[in-house]
Design a binder for this molecule. Structure first.
Ligand code: OOB
Length: 544
């Protein structure tokens, strides 16, 4: 495996291959197979543009040749920050075919996060849109380029400004045929990097291998019964594991279906796409589901093609879950997942109460689960504890993070998820809470530690900061910062402006600031965040 990645133990890897989970295929080769099987069918729809499987395959080849002609080599990293546009898919497959590794940045990321991702991965190139949601990514690229020495190239989808045009790169005919197998990469090696949902100040990189991801999309597609008639609407950002491969974009392509890209989760846009493209399945976070439930009351769009709505990434409350089928006329599937690997799904034939109240079961018979107490001892059946897991598509270590890995994994390779769960007698998992210091704001993960660091650095008067989740009916949680001050209390817009100026993504900025004289401490002398959450509830008048 690429230097800095942690492989599965050889015996475990052999067992996964023996069991047929890992089939020794690369993602770049899989697209070739899909193009052979489904050539003239529509693979991808983005805005007014439609691509057949054959066209997507040829586009990926041209991009692979183009990237190679610009000196990008096997094993090198390329930060990809693109919205839901067809280029995202073509660029990734172009890179897979070279054996170069996309690093999936969020479009919301700004100078601070992108600088970190490029530096941490020693990226040689960075792929951006020109302007997205009013923000000029070419300027961001210019700034990052001066601070990251490894960065040689910036490619732009759209008007390139001072950088290189992605269109031009893919207009050079590929030296056909690009050899079939192994298409530049080793199936056991990392194919791309997902980002961790941030328990650490900045995201860690999660290497996903060709073998492990090909297995994930196969297992997820089977459970979701995808086939050639599947039309998947990508509502959430495409770089999110949920959208990309649970079964999502890749699962749909593997089945010969059609992927439709939505620019935003806005119900006006998405309902129109569902009607126009006869969408059959989509996935979203509870906050988006809320929006859709409200919009469905007045919308006159025909949503009758929609048969499954997957919801995950944050806790879905049973009262909201109950409204899905009556309002949208489709089946609900709860999904619990993480970029690190493990996925649990409710199944289509589960009794309704299990679908409404649980997050289902792991998707692979080889997923291993432990639920443990604070001493790593298994809790009694049915009791709540921390979820630990390992399996054929769950990482064994973050990239270049030896010290962190020692804490994030047990000695025998189980990943410590930081989630508190219990299992019902039927074997379904129910998420009860979490012990990691993360706020889940409408499905986006915000590291408390990261925001705290920026608060004290950004504002002279803020002596100490502690960030906690603030319950919110629509977003699930919002970001509340408790601050110990020296001077006048700062206004929220002012603090947000200061953090934005530090290059922080918008979704991390505090929604509320609460002043406190001293922080409550735990017995170990750490800031007691439970006590702060209780204090917040009292101040908001929401404590029971
Ligand atoms: C998904 O992935 P990440 O990496 O952004 O976040 C993972 C974390 C989990 O550890 C858990 O804390 C939370 O998000 N989470 C849920 C949940 N699904 C994820 N918490 C409560 N209920 C759920 N259903 O969020 C993700 C990746 C793939 C598929 C779906 C979600």
């Amino acid at each position: 495996m690429l230097d800095g990645c942690v492989p599965w133990p050889e015996a475990t890897a052999a067992a996964y291959r023996e069991a047929g989970f890992w089939r020794g295929e690369t993602l770049g080769k899989l697209l070739r197979d899909w193009a052979r099987a489904y050539g003239s069918r529509t693979a991808l729809v983005g805005g007014d543009r439609r691509f057949t499987y054959a066209e997507l395959d040829a586009w990926a080849d041209r991009l692979a040749a183009g990237f190679a002609s610009r000196g990008i080599r096997r094993g090198e990293r390329v930060v990809v920050q693109l919205p839901n546009i067809p280029e995202f898919v073509a660029v990734c497959f172009g890179l897979f075919r070279l054996g170069a590794l996309p690093v999936f940045a969020l479009t919301a990321h700004r100078r601070h996060e992108i600088g970190h991702l490029c530096g941490y991965s020693d990226a040689v190139a960075y792929v951006v849109p020109d302007i997205h949601q009013g923000f000029d990514h070419r300027e961001l690229a210019q700034a990052v380029r001066t601070s990251v020495p490894s960065l040689r190239e910036v490619f732009v989808a759209g008007d390139p400004g001072p950088h290189s045009s992605l269109d031009e790169l893919s207009s050079t005919p590929a030296p056909t045929p690009v050899q079939d197998a192994p298409l530049g990469a080793d199936p056991g090696d990392a194919a791309f990097f997902l980002l961790s949902g941030g328990t650490t100040a900045l995201p860690k990189l999660i290497p996903r291998t060709h073998d492990d991801y090909a297995y994930q999309i196969r297992a997820a597609s089977e459970i979701c019964e995808l086939d050639g008639d599947t039309v998947y609407l990508a509502v959430l950002p495409i770089e999110f594991n949920f959208t990309w491969g649970c079964p999502g974009v890749l699962g749909t392509l593997s089945a010969g279906g059609t992927v439709v890209l939505a620019k935003t989760p806005n119900p006006d846009e998405c309902f129109a796409l569902i009607e126009r493209e006869r969408v059959t399945i989509t996935s979203c976070v509870p906050t988006v589901a809320h929006m859709w439930l409200d919009a469905a009351r007045w919308s006159e769009r025909d949503l009758s093609s929609l048969s499954v709505l997957q919801i995950g990434s944050a806790k879905l409350h049973p009262e909201v879950a109950e409204r899905i089928t009556p309002a949208l006329g489709c089946r609900l599937q709860q999904v619990f997942g993480m970029a690190e690997g493990l996925l649990t799904f409710t199944r289509y034939d589960d009794p309704l109460d299990r679908v409404l109240t649980t997050q289902g079961r792991p998707i692979s018979p080889a997923d291993e689960i432990r639920v443990v107490d604070t001493e790593d001892r298994p809790v009694r059946p049915g009791e709540t504890g921390e979820l630990l897991t390992r399996g054929p598509y769950t990482l064994r270590g973050y990239y270049r993070a030896e010290e962190h890995n020692a804490r994030a994994f047990t000695e025998d390779g189980f990943y410590r998820t930081g989630d508190l769960v219990r299992f019902t007698d039927d074997g379904d998992m129910v998420v009860q809470g979490r012990i990691k210091d993360v706020i889940i704001r409408g499905g986006d993960k915000v590291s408390a530690t990261e925001v705290e660091g920026h608060l004290t650095a950004a504002h002279d008067g803020i002596q100490q900061a502690a960030v906690v989740p603030m319950p919110d009916a629509v977003m699930g949680e919002r970001v509340c910062a408790f601050v110990v001050l020296d001077g006048e209390p700062p206004a929220v817009p002012e603090v947000r402006r200061l953090l934005r100026a530090r290059g922080l993504a918008e979704f991390k900025l505090p929604d509320r600031i609460e002043v406190i004289d001293v922080f409550p401490l735990t017995g170990l002398g750490k800031v007691d965040k439970r006590a702060l959450a209780a204090e917040l509830a009292q101040r908001l008048g929401t404590s029971d």
